[in-house]
Ligand binder design. Structure first.
Ligand code: CO
Length: 463
């Protein structure tokens, strides 16, 4: 019996997001889309995550226009996007009407597969987006935000996969945004999920800690259907492992990949000079291509390690680095073991730093942490202990309902607010994701005298 494993190419989304902070221009993508479309990929990840934000914030590009332009050239291969559940592509919870409209418009403009995740694995934050995707005629892929902790056992993730399948997911993804999924853990998880549910299973990891190829080998052996890789010039480090390398090794082991290796090499030839150009411009920091095994030791994403170190250095407190690292797992335990993904990774890191720098735990507490304990982000993986809760929000009663249940429909208001510049439903949604940036973008487009320059400040999002 032939063994099959298929590939999703991430260069246009996660690959470039991880290595060059999502600064790739549409014009650099379009000439190679036809070749990518004929290379035999299971899907091309082209949209969502930080691409939408970067288009509007830095590139002065219309993200919807990018999607339509890619779709025009990719006739055979499904296009995929990443969606943060009820947060969509923005930084807050949206009302259900915005979620439904955003997903519908994404599918209408060219997305075939929507990968939906929630940072806390709170399925209530995923459900509306799954339903909307299916109603729009798209494929809803539900993702498990992978992390390690005493509660994040194989059973935990298998049950989560079952719940998501029951909600109507068309496929499941094990999403290891931090690169902490080890080969054996991957083998156990894939085997158990495949034994439990019949849906296609995709595995997503990052090369940060240096073990991702081994993890994918075990994923393939355990029967995963699709793995996520990046074309070689945009592979390695905080990105995915290289498409051709993983494909050649797996084919040598008897797997059918369905990839046309000549096309893959043509695609690499296209992106190599671009990579060199981004490097010359300073957008590709050599640090992001480092191998960082400490990620496995501390169970902390590589980006979070370097952020903490640079923040401590700025204050001349780098000698506290080890103490802060040791405080992270304690804060995480206090908060019910949230996965260390955006925005929780930044929040937990900040709280750990405050606890150590001030010398007294929870003397100073950022509002985001208070909101998290109030339940505004969703359910913590395990309930937060009552003494910690009281320390952080006093006698306030945390909410137990779905956060979006408190948000009335907001599309009519959004339409009204941006009617001066919005020419389409897509424009309204762009404004909904990033109110100020969106208004500036649309304003520049519609009004020759609109005088707000394009931003150049860095934001960091890991996914
Ligand atoms: Co990722």
């Amino acid at each position: 019996m032939t063994k099959n494993i298929r590939f999703m190419e991430t260069v246009l989304r996660d690959g470039q997001q991880s290595l060059i902070a999502t600064r790739m221009h549409t014009k650099d993508m379009l000439p190679i889309i036809k070749a990518m479309d004929n290379a035999g990929y299971a899907a091309l990840e082209v949209w969502g995550g930080a691409t939408f934000d970067a288009c509007v914030r830095y590139l002065n590009e219309d993200p919807w226009e990018r999607l339509r332009a890619i779709k025009k050239l990719a006739k055979n291969t499904p296009l995929q996007m990443l969606l943060r559940g009820q947060n969509l592509l923005g930084y807050r919870h949206y009302a259900d009407d915005v979620v439904a409209e955003f997903v519908k418009k994404s599918v209408e403009n060219g997305i075939d597969i929507v990968r939906i995740f929630d940072a806390l694995n709170d399925t209530r934050n995923i459900e509306v987006a799954i339903k909307a995707t299916k109603e729009a005629g798209g494929h809803a892929q539900a993702a498990l935000s992978y992390t390690t902790s005493p509660v994040h056992t194989v059973d935990y993730f298998v049950n989560l996969a079952k719940d998501l399948a029951d909600m109507g997911a068309d496929s499941i993804c094990i999403k290891d945004m931090a690169g902490v999924l080890t080969p054996q853990a991957c083998f156990d998880l894939v085997s158990r999920i495949k034994q439990t549910i019949t849906l296609p299973l995709q595995v997503h990891t990052h090369a940060t800690s240096g073990i991702s190829e081994m993890t994918y080998l075990k994923a393939a052996e355990a029967g995963a259907d699709i793995i996520d890789t990046a074309i070689s010039p945009f592979a390695g480090g905080t990105s995915q492992p290289a498409t051709a390398s993983v494909a050649l090794a797996l084919e040598d082991l008897g797997f059918e990949t369905g990839l046309n290796m000549e096309k893959i090499s043509e695609i690499a030839d296209h992106f190599r000079p671009l990579r060199d150009q981004y490097r010359a411009e300073g957008l590709l920091d050599p640090k992001v291509q480092d191998t960082e095994p400490r990620t496995l030791i501390y169970q902390v994403p590589g980006g979070m390690l370097s952020n903490l170190l640079s923040q401590l250095k700025e204050k001349g407190l780098e000698d506290l680095y080890d103490e802060v690292l040791a405080e992270i797992p304690r804060v995480r335990k206090d908060l019910g073991y949230p996965p260390l993904v955006t925005p929780l990774s930044q929040m937990v890191g900040t709280q750990a730093m405050l606890n150590i720098v001030i010398g007294e735990r929870y003397k100073m507490i950022p509002n985001e942490i208070k909101d998290y304990v109030r339940g505004k982000y969703g359910k913590a993986p395990v309930p937060i202990a009552i003494d910690i809760q009281q320390l952080i929000i006093g006698d306030e009663e945390p909410m137990t309902i779905r956060p979006a249940d408190l948000i009335p429909n907001e599309l009519p208001t959004l339409r009204e607010e941006i009617k001066q510049y919005a020419k389409s439903d897509e424009d309204v949604l762009l404004y909904a994701m990033f109110p100020q940036l969106g208004m500036d973008f649309l304003g520049r487009r519609e009004d020759p005298f609109y005088d707000v320059p394009i931003q150049s400040v860095n934001v960091s999002i890991d996914m």
